[in-house]
Write a protein that binds this ligand. Sequence first.
Ligand code: FAD
Length: 472
Amino acid sequence: MPHDCSFLADRLDDGQVSLGDDDRDSHAGDWGTPEADRVRPDAVCWPTSTLDVSAVLAAANDRGVPVTPYAAGTGIEGNALPARSGVSMDLTRMDRVLDVRPDDFQVDVEPGVLGGTLNDAVAEHDLFLPPLPQSADISTVGGMIATDASGAKTVKYGEVHDWVLALEAVLADGTVIETGSRAKKTSSGYNLDDLLVGSEGTLAVVTRATFELARQPAQVRGGHAVFESLDDAATAIAATMQAGVDVATIELLDSVSTKIANAYSGTDLPDAPTVFVEFHANHGVDTEIEACREIFEEHGVERFAMAAGAEMDELWAARRDLANALLAYDPPRRPAKPGDVTVPISQYPDLVRHAKELGAEHDLDVPCFGHAGDGNVHYNVLVNPDDPEEREAGRAISDAVVERAIEMGGTSTGEHGVGRGKREYMIAEHGEGAVETMGAIKRALDPNGILNPGKIFPEPVDGKLSRADPPD
Ligand SMILES: Cc1cc2nc3c(=O)[nH]c(=O)nc-3n(C[C@H](O)[C@H](O)[C@H](O)COP(=O)(O)OP(=O)(O)OC[C@H]3O[C@@H](n4cnc5c(N)ncnc54)[C@H](O)[C@@H]3O)c2cc1C
């Protein structure tokens, strides 16, 4: 049954609400939502202020109409898909950089600002926001906060939650709250910033954020290294991290991934496991580079080359485009179920080995790449979606990799969030008690279950967990 969304027209201006098919279609899923899983919202709205957000939520809450925050729609796990229809609340018109305070290394922004735009706005002060994802130029800070995103520089600088100082957010009943402070540290009360960061729009809608920023390092050097075997490359990365070498980025591409990158980006990467590195320092960057080189040599590196700016830019662009390159590589083969498992660094080589062995057993390509220094593996089993056997094998491999990562003390998702795609692993990863506790928080903040329903929590199994995720 469609929800009656006529209340939107009374609360927002003309041009801020649409019931049209095109707008509903464009908000029916995100980058990672397969065609068959798309769900059209009943209406789309575009608030331009905190007051707009508050008015819409209060009215939707009174009527029990679901509201799913939607930003740039680059999520991989169906995070912004309106699973129970209702209203898709598009935050992209709240896109102002409000205040830059260079003396405090801080910026205030609205949630619809793109990551790249934020960095452009603070660059003149020699500042930057370090944990931005590879998708920074096409995704918003609201989406990054909601998924606790991270990126290539996270290995040195941390995740988005490490850089959020304060938030303004609107609860399901329309109440506006402020969390955190502008102080660098605080021990005051529950840490509501950290509760909202990563909550994927299920607890509140973020309407303003204050981020801490970092000073651009005086020395930035990038390069890449080529190994004969994937095992050597993965072990060298783990050893580099264990030795405490100060890398700002350390990314692995297996040989399938280098092939895919070359085909899409026209690069000339070798048909061999390749590691991209970047080093940031104010003094003595060469000491760190030499320490890394020595460790790589102990693990049989074949080539270790630092590159000039433009050459490195080309390599980073190819790395950034890998997600799209995968889709274009070998049609009709598509990733069965993209993974972003993350494990303690000592387990990283074993996890990569495991993923590749499973692929070999089923004679399927499983390109592995990602933010290796964090123990993060992006893996994609490439299958023909029209072949049920391959589809089934792809799913089984994806599940087995997640299960192994959780057994190793890791997580089913290092950065993309749970959305719809990773809900089935929540109990295995956190245990029933912790998931029930998350459900209790959800019920306390959103008793009518209107905010982004159908996400994070597993499908109801025994009636207990269903309380966290009330059905329509
Ligand atoms: C090519 C590519 C590369 C990527 N690389 C990375 C990467 O390196 N690291 C990484 O972490 N991710 C990566 N991603 C995934 C994606 O870009 C991130 O999850 C990003 O943070 C999503 O931002 P968005 O603006 O697109 O949000 P959307 O996809 O529109 O929404 C994401 C989630 O945020 C919620 N949301 C959005 N705005 C708000 C708000 N104001 N208040 C409350 N909830 C809100 C939505 O409901 C949804 O649950 C990549 C994606 C692509 C396509």
